[in-house]
Design a protein around this ligand. Structure first.
Ligand code: C5P
Length: 221
């Protein structure tokens, strides 16, 4: 049975960066599940579908082809055969991803793919519902948080580095909305499960967080 580490938490807590680092240390693959919801949102936006329309999304979800590759520990995501790894990182797609993620039929489809990957390879998977729903049997569950100002600042700096024109206040607002949606949706909401280790990364470096997770994995998983 392949091994798994689940990392959940709100937007901008550093989940993907940490998942990538921990997976490299352990020789696992890492899977950023947010990228899948982003790819569905991108498809909806490109085909002119309202990202909030359950009916329209149900109509397209079975015909969306999402594939993930991992070369040298870099995840690439393909939508209908096209590499969209960069296209999914815009503010518009972020907001759309939170919309499509609230739709149960979309989630079921993504979860099927996530479980299939975890059934084949050792994985560090990050998202919102990994420990609580996707992989309840994960060897280690981590709930990664940081305060909202720090999370907004990190995401803002990341977007600016990519050349996007954004405002810190807007990034902060968008994060708060997404967190609220993620925590309040009916199906598989974001929550800390009792058997998860909570790590507040507000004043920790990436290395410190990764070390703490590796410590828990090596000693308690
Ligand atoms: O992690 P990231 O910010 O890329 O995720 C984009 C959106 O996808 C989140 O705001 C959340 O609504 C959704 N998501 C989810 N469940 C996951 C991963 C992401 O609902 N496992």
């Amino acid at each position: 049975m392949p091994k798994s580490i689940a990392i959940d938490g709100p937007a901008g807590a550093g989940k993907s960066t940490i998942a990538k680092k921990v997976s490299a240390e352990l020789g696992f693959i890492y899977l950023d599940t947010g990228a899948m919801y982003r790819a569905v949102a991108l498809k909806a936006i490109e085909t002119g579908i309202n990202t909030k329309s359950r009916e329209d999304l149900i109509n397209i979800i079975d015909n969306i082809n999402i594939t993930i590759t991992h070369d040298d520990n870099v995840q690439k995501i393909f939508l209908d055969g096209r590499d969209v790894s960069e296209h999914i990182r815009t503010a518009q797609v972020s907001a759309g991803a939170a919309d499509v993620a609230a739709i149960k039929e979309v989630r079921l489809k993504m979860v099927e793919l996530q479980r299939r990957i975890a059934g084949e390879k050792d994985v560090v998977m990050d998202g919102r519902d990994i420990g609580s729903y996707v992989l309840p049997q994960a060897n280690l569950k981590v709930f990664l948080t940081a305060n909202i100002d720090e999370r907004a600042k990190r995401r803002y700096e990341e977007l600016v580095l990519k050349g996007q024109e954004v405002y810190l206040e807007e990034v902060r607002e968008d994060m708060m909305n997404r967190d609220h949606n993620d925590m309040s949706r009916a199906f598989a909401p974001l929550k800390k499960v009792p058997d998860a280790v909570e790590i507040d990364s507000t004043s920790m470096t990436i290395e410190e967080v990764a070390e703490r997770i590796l410590y828990f994995y090596n000693n308690y998983a």
